[in-house]
Ligand binder design. Structure first.
Ligand SMILES: C[S@@+](CC[C@H](N)C(=O)[O-])C[C@H]1O[C@@H](n2cnc3c(N)ncnc32)[C@H](O)[C@@H]1O
Length: 215
């Protein structure tokens, strides 16, 4: 719990700067958006956890019926709401909340999205269990996650030091096979694993996983 509060403070502090950062691989990001749009239907009710400043939610919302997007940082949510107002987007609701303790009834969403989040949550198994709970049978859990074990090993030393200095959040190190196995252990059937990056090396794994129809 202390970790989660620390992390919320970290993300609150960096939110305004994060909102002005440019996406490093825009073509790769566009691929992820296009692929996610293909997976969603106009009648879908969708939940995004760890939505940040709402950029992705606002891009996906026109293709679905309703999108609820949440984030542990109240400052990220404030920015997301400002953007939604500027775009007159009516079918998105932004909420402040943790991915491992989301509010709301289970079995109601057609898709749950988690982009650039699973390496950051202190309790990944609870986050995956909640994504499973929120979904209707047959619903999709769609995630894109940096696999930090695929980076230069020096990052294992650098990131904890940066965290101590307040310059990085808590992170977990795993490889693509590891996060895929965790998603499967949470009860999902993994249907696709993809890399959308356009550079020479992409450490982000995009995984499409389905909650079984009959549970
Ligand atoms: C790297 S940003 C990614 C934002 C957005 N999903 C994107 O792809 O641009 C990570 C976001 O996760 C949020 N976050 C971190 N830990 C969280 C948690 N336990 N529950 C919900 N959100 C969390 C942070 O506040 C931050 O906005």
């Amino acid at each position: 719990m202390i970790d989660a509060l620390d992390d919320a403070r970290f993300w609150n502090r960096v939110a305004r700067k994060y909102a002005t950062d440019t996406i490093k691989d825009m073509a790769g990001y566009d691929r992820t958006i296009a692929r996610t749009r293909q997976l969603l239907r106009p009648s879908d009710t969708v939940m995004e956890v760890g939505c940040g400043t709402g950029t992705t939610a606002l891009k996906l919302a026109p293709g679905v019926s309703r999108l609820i997007a949440s984030d542990i940082s109240s400052e990220m949510i404030a920015i997301a709401r400002e953007k939604a107002e500027g775009q007159s987007c009516r079918n998105v609701a932004f909420r402040n909340g943790s991915a491992s303790h989301p509010d709301g009834p289970g079995g109601v969403h057609d898709a749950v999205l988690a982009f650039n989040l699973l390496h950051l949550v202190p309790d990944r198994s609870a986050t995956l269990a909640e994504a499973y709970r929120l979904l209707k049978p047959g619903g999709l859990f769609i995630s894109k996650t940096p696999c930090l074990s695929e980076m230069n090993p020096l990052i294992r030393v650098a990131l904890p030091v940066m965290r101590l200095l307040g310059k990085a959040p808590t992170v977990s190190f795993f490889a693509a096979a590891g996060i895929e196995a965790e998603i499967a252990r949470a009860g999902f059937t993994v249907e696709a694993r993809e890399r959308h990056g356009t550079g020479s090396k992409d450490i982000r794994i995009f995984i499409v996983a389905r909650k079984p129809e009959a549970v």
